[in-house]
Structures are given as structure tokens and as C-alpha cells.
Design a protein around this ligand. Structure first.
Ligand SMILES: C[S@@+](CC[C@H](N)C(=O)[O-])C[C@H]1O[C@@H](n2cnc3c(N)ncnc32)[C@H](O)[C@@H]1O
Length: 271
């Protein structure tokens, strides 16, 4: 059900303003059908900031240097992820890394709550890849990033990796931590975290990279934004790196330009 236009002043103009702002801040193109979702996700922020209504709240987000911008973006990002999501990518990555040197770096460029970079790290461990091969993991969402860094998951999520991996790579909590498992320190040591907003002009990332995982994120970006980001990935992986995209992200429109599709949503740079 659509929220009533007069509920905290959330009418069509406020929704349009949210759409414009989240595009400006995080490159996310919110569909016109997302009005109820936006309302439900932002009401807690309207309340937390003691804003009288949406108009006042959005004034706050828009104010120059506003600290609310990141909370606004955190509320609107979709963090759905899982361990070993799209499992076919991990053996391809491992094979690719066998030829890479010990200083190779894999960037998980929208890591959400950490399942993706820890899956990469587990795959590297299992394949006996040199421990100097590192994973950098980043996201725009500071809440997701904090959870990723903690590496603590509810048992039902952690258990999806299977009994053997659970034993090898996780510590089961007891006492107050019963029902949770934490990624072991040895595995966490392979991964370093930082905040990177893919649509901001500066990224704290140095190439060359052996691989970039940017999966299930570009789907929220309009094509011109996708193109901008992909153009910036290119020099980072130019020296024989790979780009791993999500299952519903198709960059075939770039064919013959600067990325070549290798199949299974894996790309290599050309030129
Ligand atoms: C659906 S999750 C995908 C997580 C993981 N890559 C996977 O495939 O399971 C999308 C992630 O993209 C992040 N994201 C959205 N816009 C972003 C931006 N402009 N810069 C960096 N990360 C962004 C969100 O915060 C979210 O954690």
C-alpha cells in the first residue's frame, strides 16, 4: 500500500526529491514503484533526527556538509548478500590467481556485510594461495561495513558455508554469543576494509589489481553511471586482471570497447 501523501508530508514531491538525492549521493536509480519501500526505510531517520516531516528531513540531508547524508544512503542501500553467492566465480578466481604473484590484490568493491570478501578469502585458503595475496573490501554503507569488519554472523547464515568450512574458518560463540559465529582471526587478517563510494571522484584503491568483484550493485545504477564506473575499473585491471559481475548485470553493450566477456559474467580488459 502506498503511504498516504500527508503521512509526515511524504507525497510525490518528497519521493522525487529522495530519488534525486540518492542518485546524486550513491548513483542509485530508484524505480518509481519504490515509494512504500523508501517511506518505510526513511521514517526511522525522520524520527531519529527529530524532523517534523519529510521536507525538513530532506533539507537536513541536502544541507552542505551534512552528516545525515551517509545515514540517508545507508537506509536506502540494499545489502542482500550471502556466502559463496554465485559459486561458479570462486574456482575461476582461484585459477586466475595461480598465475598471479604473491602481491596480488582482489578488490570486493561493494562488499555489503562481508560475506563476499570472506568467501573469496576462504577460496584462497582452500586453494593454498600464498597468504600475501590480499582482499580489499569496500562499500558505501558504513553500517554494512562495520558488520563486515566484525565478521560476526548468525549461525543460520554462517552454516550455509557447510560443516567443514564452518569448523575451519569460524569460531562458534557460546554464552551470550550463542547462536552466532565469528570469522576466525587468521581469515579476517587476509581482508582489509575501507569505505569507497563508487560514484565519488576519488577511490582509496591502488592498481594493478588481480581482480575486481563488483557484483549485484551496478544493477542499481543507470547505464551512464555503470559506464563511468567500468571506465574507472579498466586501468586498475589493465595488466591481466579480471572483473566479476553479478548474474543479472550484463555489460555486453561494451563488447569490443574496453572489456571482453569471458562467459559466466567474468570480463577481461582490452586495450
Ligand atoms: C546487493 S549488495 C551486493 C553485495 C555483494 N557484492 C553480493 O553480490 O552479494 C549491493 C551493495 O552495493 C552497495 N552500494 C550501493 N551503491 C554503492 C556505491 N555508490 N558505492 C559503493 N557501494 C555501493 C550497497 O551498500 C550494498 O552493500
Amino acid at each position: 500500500m502506498q503511504p498516504e501523501a500527508d503521512t509526515l508530508g511524504f507525497g510525490a514531491p518528497a519521493f522525487e526529491r529522495v530519488r534525486r538525492l540518492i542518485h546524486e549521493i550513491a548513483g542509485i536509480s530508484l524505480g518509481a514503484t519504490k515509494r512504500t519501500m523508501v517511506f518505510n526505510r526513511l521514517v526511522p531517520r525522520v524520527e531519529a533526527t527529530a524532523s517534523a516531516d519529510f521536507r525538513r528531513y530532506l533539507d537536513l540531508v541536502e544541507a552542505r556538509g551534512s552528516a545525515e547524508r551517509i545515514h540517508f544512503a545507508n537506509a536506502l542501500t540494499t545489502n542482500l548478500t550471502s556466502f559463496f553467492r554465485e559459486p561458479h566465480h570462486f574456482p575461476i578466481l582461484v585459477e586466475h590467481l595461480r598465475q598471479a604473484g604473491p602481491g596480488a590484490v582482489v578488490w570486493s568493491a561493494a562488499c555489503s556485510t562481508g560475506e563476499e570478501p570472506y568467501s573469496i578469502a576462504m577460496a584462497l585458503e582452500e586453494a593454498g594461495i600464498d597468504e600475501r595475496v590480499r582482499v580489499i573490501a569496500s562499500d558505501v554503507d558504513t553500517n554494512a561495513l562495520r558488520a563486515a569488519q566484525d565478521g560476526i554472523y548468525r549461525m543460520d547464515r554462517a552454516a550455509t558455508v557447510g560443516e567443514e568450512r564452518l569448523r575451519r574458518f569460524f569460531l562458534r560463540g557460546d554464552g551470550a554469543h550463542r547462536g552466532y559465529a565469528r570469522v576466525r582471526q587468521e581469515l579476517r587478517a587476509r581482508v582489509s576494509f575501507r569505505q569507497v563510494n563508487l560514484v565519488e571522484p576519488k577511490w582509496d584503491i591502488q592498481g594493478p589489481l588481480a581482480a575486481i568483484f563488483c557484483r549485484n550493485t551496478m544493477i542499481y545504477f543507470a547505464r551512464p553511471t555503470q559506464l563511468e564506473v567500468l571506465k574507472r575499473f579498466h586501468p586498475l585491471i589493465r595488466d591481466g586482471g579480471r572483473l566479476f559481475a553479478g548474474h543479472s548485470e550484463n555489460f555486453h553493450y561494451l563488447a569490443g570497447h574496453f572489456l571482453r566477456a569471458l562467459g559466466k559474467t567474468v570480463y577481461e580488459p582490452i586495450g
